[in-house]
Design a protein around this ligand. Sequence first.
Ligand SMILES: Cc1cc2nc3c(=O)[nH]c(=O)nc-3n(C[C@H](O)[C@H](O)[C@H](O)COP(=O)(O)OP(=O)(O)OC[C@H]3O[C@@H](n4cnc5c(N)ncnc54)[C@H](O)[C@@H]3O)c2cc1C
Length: 366
Amino acid sequence: MDAVVVGGGVVGLFAAYYLRREGVDVAIVDGLEPGEASRAAAGILEFTRFKINRINVVGYPTAYLSMLSKGAARIRHIDVKWILAYIRSYGKDPGERVWEAVREMGRFSWAEYRRLAEERNDFDYAEEPLYELVQDVEAEAEELKRDPLRPKFEVGELDGKQAVIYLEAAKLSTDLAVRRLREEAGARHVPAFAETVGDGFVTAGGKRLEADVVIVAAGWRISRLLGLPVAPFKGYGFRVRPSRRPNAMFIDLADTGIAVVPLKDWVKATGRFDLDSTDDHSPAEKVLAGARKLMGYLEAIDMAVGYRPCTPDGLPIVERRGEKLVVAAGACRLGWTFGPALGKMAADLALGRAKTTAFPSSRFGL
Ligand SMILES: Cc1cc2nc3c(=O)[nH]c(=O)nc-3n(C[C@H](O)[C@H](O)[C@H](O)COP(=O)(O)OP(=O)(O)OC[C@H]3O[C@@H](n4cnc5c(N)ncnc54)[C@H](O)[C@@H]3O)c2cc1C
C-alpha cells in the first residue's frame, strides 16, 4: 500500500509515522522542510486541559478584543465562512461524547510520548508542572474548574508572582522532536505545495501524484484546499540563551503573554495569537521584547513562524472525505499535545480500521 500525506507538520509527521509502522510506503508533499512549520511551538503538552483552545466560549471575543486594543494581537485575515461557522458554534458545548474523545486523545498522546522518550529521549521530553502567572488567581482557578477535561492544579507562586500551577503538564523541544519524527516517519519528501487534492490524487508542482490513500494534514491551508473552516492564528517561537535562566516553564498571562520553556541547551520563548496569514512577521519583535522583559539580557539563536490552525470551536477536524481521502487538521493551540492521537486517527481512517471519528466537519453545518 502507498500513501501521500499533504503537509508535513506535526500532525502529518505522526500520520506518516503510524502508516510506516504498518508497512505503508509514504510520501510527504510539502513546500517546506517537514516539521519546519510546527517548530515555532513552545512544546508545552497539556494532556488533561483544553482551556487554551476554547475560543468560542462566552466572553472570549471580549478578551480577544481587549488584546487587539492593546496591540497584543492583530487581525490580517478574513474568512467569511469561518466567521459564520464561529457565530453558529458560539457558546455551544459539544457534549460529553466529544469531551471523552478529547480525553482519550490526551491519554493516547501522553502514553506515546512516554514510549518514544523511553526508547530514546533525544527530544528533551520531561514531565513537570506548568506555572501560569495571572492577575487574578482566584478567577483563573474558577475557570480551570470549568474545564471539561478536569485538570489537576493548585494555586501557588513562581519567583514571588502568583500563579495557577497545572500539575499534569509535560514539555519537549519541538526543534529536536521534528528531527526525531522525520527520522521515524522515514517518508520520501516531495518539495512542493499541493495545488489540488482529491480522492486518491494530489497535484503539486505541476505533477499529478496518485496513491492508495491521501491524507491532507496541511494545517490552516485546508481552508484553501478543501474549503473547511480553519483559520491561521500566527505566532512566533524564539530559541534563546538568557543570562537569567528561568526555574520552571511558565506562561505569563499577567503581562507579556509570553510562554517560556527551559530546555537542556536553550530556552524556548513564544508568543502572539494573531489572526494573520500575511508574510509580514514584524510582531515577532514584540515576542523578543517580552522575553527580554522576563529574562533580562538574552541571545536569540533563531526564530520560527507558525500558524495555529483553529476551527471555530477549537476542536480538530478528522474525517474520511472519500474512498481514498482523509483529513486531519484544526488542532489550534494543542497540535503538539494531541499530535500522536491525531496522526493515529488519520492513519486508522486511511487503513480502513476506522470509519468515523468524534470530530467531523459536518458539525459546522457547511
Ligand atoms: C507560537 C506557537 C506556539 C505553540 N505552542 C504550542 C504548545 O506549546 N503546545 C502545543 O500543543 N501546541 C502549540 N502550538 C500549536 C501547534 O504548533 C499547532 O497546533 C501545530 O503546529 C498544528 O500542526 P499541523 O500539522 O496541523 O499544522 P502545521 O504545523 O501548520 O503544518 C502544516 C504543514 O502543511 C504544509 N502545507 C500547507 N499547505 C500545503 C499545501 N498546499 N501542500 C503541501 N503542504 C502544505 C505547511 O507547509 C506545513 O508544513 C503552538 C503554535 C505556535 C504558532
